[in-house]
Design a protein around this ligand. Sequence first.
Ligand SMILES: Cc1cc2nc3c(=O)[nH]c(=O)nc-3n(C[C@H](O)[C@H](O)[C@H](O)COP(=O)(O)OP(=O)(O)OC[C@H]3O[C@@H](n4cnc5c(N)ncnc54)[C@H](O)[C@@H]3O)c2cc1C
Length: 81
Amino acid sequence: MKILILGGGIGGLVASNLLSKRLGKKHEVTVVDRKTKYESTPSFPWLMMRWREPQQITRNLSHQLRGDIWSYGIFRQCIRV
Ligand SMILES: Cc1cc2nc3c(=O)[nH]c(=O)nc-3n(C[C@H](O)[C@H](O)[C@H](O)COP(=O)(O)OP(=O)(O)OC[C@H]3O[C@@H](n4cnc5c(N)ncnc54)[C@H](O)[C@@H]3O)c2cc1C
């Protein structure tokens, strides 16, 4: 089975990690996002207050995904996780 998840935000990451874990390697889970980095939206006010630096509230999307998931930044090269 091939599953496509649109958006690698909180919802997309949780869904892809859960599906990948439960379905196993027989199935392919693909996450599509326009960015290659995950940004923690609840942390944005800290950024505005300069309590955090951008690199403290962002992570490479590939590091947030399990196993054999592919992450495609639209207009960017795809990354094998
Ligand atoms: C300041 C703040 C504080 C918050 N605090 C909390 C909290 O305490 N508890 C809580 O439960 N929720 C909180 N939220 C809400 C929470 O952040 C959102 O509900 C959650 O991020 C929604 O998840 P999502 O996956 O639907 O969307 P997002 O996390 O926004 O992810 C959407 C993803 O889709 C991608 N995308 C969008 N359009 C396209 C496109 N056209 N092409 C390619 N990619 C695209 C984006 O790049 C993004 O990565 C807070 C939000 C904010 C702003």
